[in-house]
Design a protein around this ligand. Structure first.
Ligand SMILES: [Zn+2]
Ligand SMILES: [Zn+2]
Length: 317
């Protein structure tokens, strides 16, 4: 089969490989669409060394199984199922969790071996490749919580990559009073506006936000997140760009600002994301750039060098 193999920073290579072996309880998925995630781009640029070459990347997967007419996506996060966090339904916090495209080969290939229990059947989608957005959307569902937590609230989204843009759209769908978006790239801000967001410059200084989502995670965005949060507001920390950074905790205490980490998603949040995409209520087509798998090396390079023009690349093996 054809597979894109991560061979080290700056090197994604289209190679011929044997189809992966399927172990007991596993399934062989024929990949039809697979996204490129920001975390994988960080492996490519060398910004993160978590992914060890050689490795097939790709954990935003849609595909089929021979002999089954259905379309599937894959929950790529496998947890032990037995520890305290797993028992409480928080498998995303399981200390022995395993992620496709990090701990084992992912889906940027013609086939990927997955646990049968990780398969999530999808209804017939108008655009089947939209299923590749379910996995990143699940993190957005975790960040926003539920429509009850969003309805009538004023939200600020710092960073309009694919997660930030999906957060703008979902917050709008879930009835936020105001969704404000901030990004350094004008093209991203225009996309945020097309999804229902208001540019930060238009409201700067006039709004104190109820919820601030930091999708970036630099010292700068963390500082801005706290500054823009109203008294009693919640700051959700999603982006992980920098480990340690300075925050004015006296301000956090005196204004009772809650700070919450957000990491990946529970099985339930993944199901919610699958349902949102299945119901076709998000209209996120504007975020997608489609390409054949063989164009993968070129698109990794383009994503690394020109983030302005591409948001979510979906490859089709
Ligand atoms: Zn990802
Ligand atoms: Zn566990």
């Amino acid at each position: 089969m054809k597979a894109l193999v991560f061979r080290g920073p700056g090197r994604i290579v289209l190679e011929d490989r044997d189809a992966p072996e399927v172990h007991e309880g596993g399934a062989l998925l024929r990949v039809t669409s697979v996204g490129i995630c920001g975390s994988e781009l960080e492996a490519y640029t060398g910004a993160s060394t978590k992914r060890r070459p050689p490795l097939v990347l790709g954990h935003e997967i849609v595909g089929t199984i021979d002999g089954d007419p259905r379309l599937f996506t894959v929950n790529p996060l496998a947890s032990c199922g037995a520890c305290q966090d797993c028992v409480r339904g928080r498998g995303n916090l399981c200390s022995s969790r395993q992620l496709l495209s990090l701990h084992k080969d992912g889906g940027q290939a013609e086939f990927v071996a997955v646990d049968a229990s990780a398969l999530v059947p999808l209804p017939e989608l108008e655009d089947p490749s939209a299923g590749a957005l379910i996995e990143p959307l699940a993190t957005v569902v975790n960040a926003l919580g539920s429509s009850e937590e969003v309805r009538g609230r004023r939200l600020l989204v710092l960073g309009c990559g694919s997660l930030g843009l999906m957060a703008v759209r979902l917050a709008e769908l879930w009835g936020a009073e105001l969704v404000v978006a901030s990004d350094l790239l004008p093209a991203r801000l225009r996309l945020a506006e097309s999804l229902g967001g208001v540019s930060f410059q238009e409201v700067e200084g006039s709004v104190r936000f109820d919820v601030v989502l930091d999708m970036v995670g630099t010292a700068g965005t963390r500082r801005i997140a706290v500054m823009q949060a109203g008294a009693g507001a919640t700051v959700k920390l999603v982006g992980l760009h920098t480990a340690a950074s300075e925050v004015d905790f006296a301000d956090v205490v005196a204004r009772e600002i809650r700070m919450e980490g957000v990491y990946a998603y529970s099985d339930e949040q993944f199901s919610t994301a699958a349902q949102l995409v299945s119901e076709n209520r998000l209209n996120l087509d504007a975020l997608l750039t489609h390409a054949p798998l063989a164009d993968g090396p070129r698109l990794y390079e383009a994503l690394a060098n020109d983030p302005q023009s591409l948001v979510k690349v979906v490859l089709h093996p």
